[in-house]
Write a protein that binds this ligand. Sequence first.
Ligand code: 5GP
Length: 196
Amino acid sequence: MTLADENRKKGRLFIISAPSGAGKSTLCQKLLRHFGDMVYSVSHTTRVPRGEEEEGIDYFFTTRENFLRGIEAGEWAEWAEVHGNYYGTSLNFLEKKLASGTDVLLDIDVQGTEKIVKHYPDAMTVFIMPPSFDSLRIRMEKRGTDSQEVIARRLENAKEEMEKKDRYRHIIVNDDLSEALAQLTALVKNCRMEKA
Ligand code: 5GP
């Protein structure tokens, strides 16, 4: 490693959590488009692909067996069981990107956030709230990719997650998408300026 490499600033970690149906994926995509030098940490999951999801873009879809092997091997920076499936963040990816000075965006649940913040206390954490609880069900039904049983389970989980929103540094209510995006963009911009 050269001196220039060593002196290079480490990247920053931005964590976004939200209950299913709060519009988090759309906000993350738009945020990444806005900050072209920020990368998205594609999680690994044992969930089956939904709708048009693509391998390596939305998730790395894997088997339960492989995922559990990854836990044993210490491959996950954090992992959690959410809605009956496993989800995990690659430690190798995270460390490499941060070390090279690249900012990383994580879209993970509340359990995962708590684990990450223990290791990376400077991470900026944002919780996206829906305008109402009912709007979550309506959005999930509109999406049309989940059964009623899955939707019911996700709504139950949403309630628990929303009760923990105060553990996050920032809370944004996604009532109006462009307004929520403006707030999120401003938070990220401020954080980048603080640590520049
Ligand atoms: P979905 O199945 O709707 O894509 O995601 C379900 C939940 O799992 C969401 O709250 C999402 O943020 C979370 N999730 C996605 N990837 C990860 C991950 O790598 N780790 C953790 N802890 N949660 C994740």
